[in-house]
Design a protein around this ligand. Structure first.
Ligand SMILES: *Cc1c(COP(=O)(O)O)cnc(C)c1O
Length: 432
């Protein structure tokens, strides 16, 4: 994350001091680095240069319009999971013909919308979904491009809530049933099977599960590609990132650091998978989300109170689980750093939000310098699965988002005004 670095005692995002952004735009505040998104996209794209491939950025990881526009300009396509995400891609200037539509529960309206807009392909997750897409395509007088999401039943060795490629999960079609499902798809009048897809999980830090899954499905793909007009194999997303330490000294990317010696890097990913993928002769889609966005953001929060209870030291901040739910939801680790560097009075501290839940804590018993009201803290690596999961719990408005590019910084999502929270609600007639 070298776009986030200290200049003297001040933490900067690219060429902007984060304290000054927090003072100008208020907190809680998501601050994103355009350079990080860009370099991480390019690192993966370049690592795979030896294979005919395309990157389909996973919109759900960070769907801000500015981020989507940036990725479109870099040449990315998109992996979407709802009509809302497709609307976002279109609003950002992206083309539906560069979109893969994933998800286990596509509604009839979503399918119709995507077909009318010319979606590149539906990644189908069940037989009833095939029937539904076929029926709607028939009604519209079009042929729907489909791929089946194969569940290869391999253990991704990641957190249970982000494992998707075993039969314990709701995702995809069991490996043994895939051939029969293609036969069914091939027989349906308004469907055209143009590829195959898999996605085994998220935050994978080793290449072995990917390799295992690709080795397992490759013979099946070769067979199916002879029977159907296959254009692509999408190997999904799932590349993990480093959450700790978030701040590297020196100018290298985390995957060039000592810490990454045993981890999945773009190079290792490409080196292991390219030889297996190339002989298939298909276009390979990659669907990264976290790898591109995860390290590109920080959630900046202001210390409101410091409270000592028994032998606990609570640092109560103005961000909460409604702004960043990953620690509460996945027991996720985010590095927490003072925006104005301090080293005195290191105390084992819990950084907690104001929401009325014991789970509203960003860390427990973590050594932090002595904090005071008005100090800012940064929750690092909050670019993916962070703002997109924000809620209005406790009637708290959504935080603002700022994108930094060199010395430029602009709000790319305004802080939600509290008046908006009541929009659409009303007291029923019988109470008035
Ligand atoms: C969430 C998701 C991704 C992206 O996963 P990351 O771990 O963020 O790379 C890719 N493909 C599908 C189908 C997904 O659901």
């Amino acid at each position: 994350m070298h776009d986030f670095h200290y200049v003297g005692q001040e933490l900067y995002c690219e060429d902007r001091s984060i304290s000054s952004l927090a003072a100008e735009f208020g907190t809680p505040l998501y601050v994103y680095s355009q350079q990080t998104f860009t370099r991480h996209y390019q690192a993966l794209d370049q690592a795979m240069a030896g294979v005919d491939h395309a990157v389909s950025y996973s919109v759900k990881s960070n769907s801000n319009l500015a981020v989507l526009r940036l990725l479109r300009d870099l040449g990315s396509g998109f992996d979407i999971v709802s009509e809302g995400e497709l609307q976002r891609v279109i609003a950002a200037g992206g083309s539906p013909s560069d979109c893969l539509f994933a998800g286990v529960g596509k509604t009839a309206n979503e399918i119709e919308f995507a077909l009318k807009r010319g979606i590149y392909c539906f990644n189908v997750e069940s037989e009833p979904e095939l029937d539904r897409i076929n029926r709607i395509a028939g009604q519209l007088g079009v042929t729907a491009p489909v791929a089946v999401r194969v569940n290869p039943n391999v253990e991704a060795k990641t957190h249970a809530k982000i494992t998707t490629g075993t039969y314990e999960n709701k995702f995809g079609i069991a490996f043994e049933e895939v051939e029969a499902v293609y036969q069914r798809a091939g027989a349906l009048e308004h469907l055209k099977p143009i590829g195959i897809q898999m996605h085994i999980g998220s935050q994978l830090t080793q290449v072995e599960p990917f390799e295992k899954a690709v080795r397992k499905v490759a013979p099946l793909i070769e067979k199916l590609a002879q029977q159907y007009p296959f254009e692509f194999f999408s190997i999904g997303g799932g590349l993990g990132i480093i959450y700790q330490p978030a701040l590297e000294s020196g100018a290298s990317e985390w995957w060039e650091s000592e810490k990454a010696r045993d981890l999945l890097t773009p190079q290792r990913y490409a080196e292991s998978l390219a030889p297996l993928l190339k002989p298939l002769g298909l276009r390979i889609f990659l669907e990264p989300g976290r790898f591109i966005a995860g390290n590109a953001g920080v959630l900046v929060t202001r210390v409101e109170y410091v409270k000592q209870t028994g032998d606990k030291n609570f640092v109560i901040v103005d961000a909460a689980m409604n702004d960043l739910i990953r620690p509460a939801f996945y027991e996720a680790y985010h590095e927490i750093v003072p925006i104005h560097a301090k080293s005195e009075g290191i105390t084992s501290s819990d950084v907690v939000g104001p929401v009325c839940e014991s789970g509203d804590a960003f860390c427990q018993d973590r050594p932090l310098p002595a904090m005071q009201e008005g100090d800012y803290l940064g929750l690092m690596s909050a670019g993916a699965y962070s703002m997109v999961m924000a809620s209005n719990y406790n009637s708290r408005g959504f935080p603002a988002e700022v994108l930094v590019n060199g010395s430029q910084a602009e709000v790319v999502r305004a802080r939600q005004p509290l008046e908006q929270l009541l929009q659409g609600e009303r007291v029923p007639s019988w109470m008035t």
